[in-house]
Design a binder for this molecule. Structure first.
Ligand code: ADP
Ligand code: MG
Length: 338
């Protein structure tokens, strides 16, 4: 891999991210002038050399090439730090959704979700689980292109048999029931639940299921989708290790007679057209075996036949003042507070 000369390859412009294991900077390549994002790998905490999570992220990303997956150009060593050098993306989804004057049209929303599912379909075809889908890990360019980023929790998975993986993955609000119930054998369906949450969030502009802890998270999901009835929709759920542990106390609230689909419609029909509702509902199935894959979602009428046609939000994003990542929008929110 090509390596820039220490301290002279890139000129730092600004910080754009503060992550779990390092800062992210916007920078310009001194020779080509290209903009890049430098993700600094935090080494202080590591006694035994290079951090495994970073190693995993680098290895996975090096094998991935897709329009909707962020491109890792190279690694760079400068002074005592190691950086991942990425193509630069002006915004992330959290920054953009928090911005009051960025309003997507229905055609934009269709394009963004199609790009999200295309990126995921590619990852899953290549046997990669992302395992940390959320707005801050989804990047957007001024050209209206969406890319999946942050492969710090990603891993390869076995397609033919169920692997045994850690369930300590995915940010709480985007966690599917199987992970909340403690499953360690899971597959790409965990990403598709998260994709369903983000799909809703694109329309409503707020995270769909905002729990405070694992038990509350299950309760919040049941509030919207109705409580899980294992016998009807997912018998194996009861076999999962934490099923009894995280079950909300009482689940009857007078609405129990409604089907999950009716309940769901009631909650979201004001925010999205029926064809989009059908996509969300197919992704937010409790039983992972019944949940739509990314490729299946892309074949639904919302994407194939329904009007309007998808359109990239290019002009819209290019016309906003500033660049909006979660980092800047948090800083702006702090400033605005009295
Ligand atoms: P962490 O694992 O620390 O969360 P991320 O890869 O998610 O690291 O990066 C942190 C933040 O930095 C992201 O939420 C995003 O706002 C910003 N960022 C990451 N990669 C890029 C990039 N290629 N271009 C522009 N901003 C980026
Ligand atoms: Mg991140």
């Amino acid at each position: 891999m090509p390596r820039a000369a220490p301290g002279e390859g890139y000129e730092r412009i600004a910080q754009v991210g503060e992550g779990t294991y390092g800062q992210v900077f916007k920078a310009r390549a001194e020779k080509s002038g290209a903009l890049v994002a430098l993700k600094k790998i935090r080494m202080e905490a590591e006694k035994d050399g290079f951090p495994v999570t970073a190693m995993r992220e680098i290895k996975l990303l090096q094998g991935l090439r897709h329009e909707n997956v962020v491109r890792l150009w190279e690694m760079m060593v400068s002074k005592n730090s190691v950086y991942m050098v990425f193509e630069y993306m002006e915004h992330d989804l959290n920054g953009v959704l928090a911005h009051p004057s960025i309003t997507f049209t229905p055609a934009h929303l269709k394009s963004l979700s199609a790009q999200l599912f295309s990126g995921l379909a590619y990852l899953h075809r290549r046997s990669v689980l992302h395992r940390d889908l959320k707005g801050s890990n989804i990047l957007l360019s001024n050209a209206g292109v969406l890319k999946l980023a942050d492969f710090g929790l990603a891993r390869m998975y076995a397609k033919r048999r169920k692997g045994d993986y850690t369930n300590r993955v995915v940010t709480l609000w985007y966690k599917p029931l199987e992970l909340l119930f403690g499953a360690t054998q899971y597959g790409p369906e965990v990403d598709m639940w998260g994709a369903g949450c983000i799909f809703l969030e694109l329309f409503t502009r707020r995270p769909a299921f905002q729990g405070n802890d694992e038990i509350h998270q299950v309760a919040v999901i049941y509030d919207v989708l109705g409580p899980l009835v294992p016998a009807d929709e997912w018998p194996d759920a009861e076999k999962l290790p934490w099923y009894d542990l995280v079950r909300p106390a009482a689940a009857s609230d007078g609405l129990a007679a409604q089907t999950a689909e009716e309940r769901f419609k009631l909650a979201f029909e004001k925010s999205m057209p029926p064809a989009a509702l059908a996509v969300a509902f197919a992704l937010l199935r409790f039983d992972p075996a019944r949940r739509a894959s990314a490729a299946e979602a892309l074949q639904m009428p919302y994407f194939t036949t329904e009007r309007p046609r998808a359109q990239r939000p290019a002009g819209l994003l290019a016309s906003v003042e500033g660049e909006w990542h979660e980092f800047e929008s948090r800083r702006a929110a702090r400033k605005a507070r009295p």
